[in-house]
Design a protein around this ligand. Structure first.
Ligand code: TYM
Length: 340
């Protein structure tokens, strides 16, 4: 029997950070043994906000290299670049024409990002979740491993597939039963790491777009920089690190990071740090972060030293992804009544 499908992606905008790793990529790695896994670098999404053309290709390559450095194995997973599989843009257009505008206008991320952009909001930014739905639906994905912030976009992808395509256009089998055109995906959001918060404000998400570099740890930060950022991270005047105190979001966030990076259960981390002051805890957290990222950074340098090898992985990924995506696109075109 075919293994269930997984698809996910990260935008090649700037450096990937601990949130991208712990909330998403880390969870992709384990799925490779049990699922048929597709991971794309979503470069078309990266141009929904103003971007630097001189950096896009390089950032796309470095993001792909980070996937591999984090443990994505091209022998078991299809790794590819979104813009190199034209079915993504084409399905996005078809889905655009059946998606109600007000579904997009109520997306939280759109509202947040649009607020930051002022007068310069592109149609692409509004349309971002439809392109994301196309990414997922093209591969008949059963599961989409993402961080908490993508939950609403996943709901939208499900609604488009179910209500706007299958319910309206599904052909019928001889007994009159509808034959689904698109598979309706489920999100996979693991509790631990699903929402990594900023180092400078425990109540806002760690994000690539935060202008304060000190708010995030990038996967390629040097050990010195990691220690410096953790040393400067926001704290509170209370002794002892605990989970779940709404008055202490920084303690909750940093203790959660420590558990994940040191490979401890939340209970173990909480027990170890219950009596610790910040001065004792922070060097421990810095060491855990440096040690967890060391093998990723080492593997990343090796991969970047062999650009031809990386391009070969992406070319192989492009071919496999195109085969799967084109078949789905053909199904949708047919259901919508286009001339064959
Ligand atoms: P992006 O690049 O913004 O984020 C990539 C992944 O990282 C997760 N993430 C976080 N997780 C925990 N804590 C954080 N602070 C944090 N910040 C980011 C995101 O939830 C995401 O899983 N729209 C997607 C990209 C995309 C996509 C797709 C994902 C495009 N098409 C199809 C899945 C399937 C995004 O947010 O990218």
């Amino acid at each position: 029997m075919a293994r269930p499908r997984v698809l996910s992606g990260v935008q090649p905008t700037g450096s990937l950070h601990l949130g991208n790793w712990l909330g998403a990529i880390r969870n992709w790695v384990d799925l490779q043994d049990s699922h048929d896994t597709f991971f794309c670098v979503v470069d078309l999404h990266a141009i929904t906000v103003p971007h630097d053309p001189a950096r896009l290709a390089e950032d796309t390559l470095s993001t792909a290299a980070l996937y591999l450095a984090c443990g994505i194995d091209p022998a078991r997973s299809t790794v590819f670049v979104q813009s190199q599989v034209s079915a993504h843009s084409e399905l996005a257009w078809l889905l655009n024409c059946v998606t109600p505008l007000n579904w997009l206008e109520r997306m939280i991320q759109f509202k947040e990002k649009a607020l930051k952009q002022g007068d310069n909001v592109s149609v692409g930014l509004l349309d971002y979740p439809v392109l994301m739905a196309a990414d997922i639906l093209l591969y008949d994905a059963d599961l989409v491993p993402v961080g908490e912030d993508q939950k609403q976009h996943l709901e939208l992808a499900r609604d488009i597939a179910q209500q706007r395509i299958n319910a309206r256009f599904a052909p019928r089998d001889p007994s009159g039963e509808p034959i689904a055109i698109l598979r309706v995906p489920e999100p996979l959001i693991l509790k631990q790491g699903a929402r990594v918060m900023s180092l400078t404000d425990g109540s806002s998400k760690m994000s690539k777009s935060d202008p304060n570099e000190g708010s995030r740890i990038n996967l390629l930060d040097s050990p010195e920089l990691i220690s410096k950022k953790i040393k400067r991270a926001k704290t509170d005047p209370v002794m002892g690190l605990v989970f779940g105190d709404p008055e202490r979001p920084e303690a909750d966030n940093l203790l959660g990071l420590y558990a994940l990076l040191a490979g401890l259960s939340p209970e173990q981390a909480a027990a170890d740090c219950a009596q610790m002051g910040w001065g004792q805890f922070k060097p421990l957290l810095a060491e855990a972060a440096v040690e967890a990222l060391r093998p990723v950074q080492q593997r990343y340098s090796e991969l970047r030293a062999d650009p031809a090898g990386l391009l070969q992985v992406l070319e192989q990924g492009r071919c496999r992804a195109t085969d799967v995506a084109d078949a789905t696109l053909a199904r949708v075109r047919q259901a919508l009544g286009f001339l064959a």
